[in-house]
Design a protein around this ligand. Structure first.
Ligand SMILES: *Cc1c(COP(=O)(O)O)cnc(C)c1O
Length: 494
């Protein structure tokens, strides 16, 4: 039977491939599966399966209009030697938890897990829906997403990608990663403005009907790779199922034993994927949502009130510096009894008042979640402590999760075995990580720090970092904010 998707804000429906092509529903809502699917096999049977095999068994339940051949081909193209470990998502046991390392892809952060397959899901969806135009991905980035999208779409047939980043507003390593991007279909543009201006510029281009016509006439159409696309969410369900199967295969857990999952959270995509995995039948007890100082979600789980009216705090875990967790809307819709009218009311309140409050009944539906946060000092301290105790070095985002997990255990005395989603390589946030271990490192240069981290942590420097040491700059376009549309047209030869 075909699984349909519907908008969280109206009755608009779509097949999986249509939802992937559209990204967002036309009413501004997010597409959600009409019913959350179950795994078709006993979890015991997944023991010993490869990542790719588990990926197929999970994703086929969500993307029911893809043929077996189509889906397997997407999976094979995505999870290949771009990853530096054969397991794709290895598990490291350290400090009383299982760290699920989601950072072995092209850009050494967990966004690679979904962005390496999204281009293939998208081009397959285009074919299935008789889209003849070439797909042009537009993205504004504050650093991480842009590079992961570039790496995913580079040299993928029938696609082009344009990434805008705030010139001077990303870290030197992040900028170097982007401007050295290979692939004739990639275009990286710095803008003389901040991230918000880049984001608004991209939104304006998406909304430009004239331009849309012009593109169509020339055989192009825009699409988005951002994290609310169902084509990014579904691939993330896979690694939770895979990690469970792996722990089972290694005798770390018994058949049917429940585990907790701890996720460092920003946009709520990664932890929502864990929630979907639980709904598929994976024995997950608690979903532990870890925030940094931008603790909107912690306050939400405590009080039932989501309130973004607060100061935006820059932290050492920048990928979690978010005040509007877009993917939370999918959970809100579900706990509102899949009521699109009620959900829309709340989302409208978020726009007009910057906050909304859920009912007691809805709050009761959140009992599987536990929220807490880690301050900057706590984040640095836990990196140092885990390194000191075990020699294992974690990045700042993962450290937020590690600290919250400790707080959870102290508060609840729950000893359930727990998987911590490890979302970035420490090499991606080298300076913050090394400073946490010893402030003396602050005197070192960026690449000196990389070598020092490799030495003290006894881990090889990842390819992604090795490459940019010497890679030539291939993108040097910088434009004013009001020249963004022209930059896109020029790249497309319009
Ligand atoms: C994006 C990101 C997160 C947050 O993930 P969400 O799905 O947005 O909650 C956490 N850590 C790292 C390193 C990230 O890049």
């Amino acid at each position: 039977m075909e699984l349909m998707y519907k908008s969280t804000r109206s009755n608009e429906t779509a097949t999986a491939s249509e939802a992937i092509l559209k990204g967002l529903a036309s009413d501004g809502g997010l597409f959600v599966p009409v019913t959350l699917p179950k795994l078709s096999v006993d979890i015991d049977e997944l023991k010993g399966m490869s990542y790719q095999e588990v990926a197929y068994l999970v994703m086929k339940e969500f993307l029911t209009d893809f043929t077996e051949e189509e889906l397997k081909s997407c999976i094979a193209k995505a999870y290949d030697s771009k990853f530096d470990t054969e397991e794709i998502a290895p598990i490291v046991k350290a400090d009383g938890a299982y760290y699920l390392e989601l950072f072995h892809g092209a850009t050494i952060a967990f966004k690679d897990m979904a962005l390496s397959i999204l281009p293939h899901l998208l081009t397959t969806s285009a074919k299935k829906n008789n889209v003849k135009n070439e797909i042009v991905i537009l993205t504004a980035t504050s650093g991480d997403t842009g590079k992961a999208a570039l790496a995913g779409f580079a040299d993928v047939e029938n696609t082009r990608i344009v990434v805008f980043y705030p010139k001077g507003g990303v870290s030197p390593i992040q900028e170097k990663q982007m401007v050295t991007q290979k692939g004739a279909n990639t275009h990286v543009v710095g803008i003389k403005g901040n991230f918000d201006q880049a984001q608004s510029g991209v939104k304006a281009i998406f909304g430009n009907k004239e331009l849309e016509k012009e593109l169509d006439a020339a055989g192009f159409q825009f699409s988005s790779a951002n994290s609310i696309n169902i084509g990014r969410l579904v691939p993330q369900v896979v690694y939770y199922v895979y990690s469970y199967a792996k722990l089972l295969a290694e005798g770390e857990i018994e058949k049917g034993e429940k585990i907790n999952v701890v996720v460092p959270t920003g946009n709520f995509g990664n932890i929502l994927a864990a929630y979907y995995a639980k709904n598929m039948g994976l024995p997950i007890a608690k979903l532990i949502c870890a925030s940094n100082d931008n603790k909107v979600l912690y306050d939400f789980f405590e009080t039932g009130s989501y309130d973004k009216n607060r100061e935006f705090i820059l932290t050492t875990s920048p990928s979690m510096d978010i005040l509007i967790s877009s993917n939370l809307e999918r959970l809100i819709y579900k706990i509102a009894g899949c009521d699109d009218v009620k959900n829309k009311e709340l989302m409208t309140a978020l726009v007009t008042e910057g906050k909304y409050e859920i009912t007691e009944d809805m709050k009761a539906e959140l009992k599987d979640f536990y929220g807490n946060y880690a301050t900057e000092a706590e984040t640095a301290d836990i990196i140092k402590a885990i390194y000191g105790d075990t020699g294992y070095i974690i990045d700042t985002h993962t450290a937020v999760a590690a600290k919250v997990y400790k707080k959870y255990k102290e508060a609840t005395k729950d000893e359930t075995k727990s998987v911590i989603a490890s979302t970035a390589s420490p090499f991606k946030f080298t300076r913050s990580v090394m400073n946490a271990i010893d402030p003396k490192y602050d005197a070192m240069g960026d690449f000196e720090l990389v070598d020092e981290l490799s030495k003290i942590g006894n881990v090889a420097v990842p390819n992604a970092i090795e490459e940019i040491r010497t890679a030539p700059v291939l993108h040097d376009t910088v434009v004013e904010v009001d020249e963004m549309t022209d930059a896109v047209k020029k790249f497309l030869g319009l």
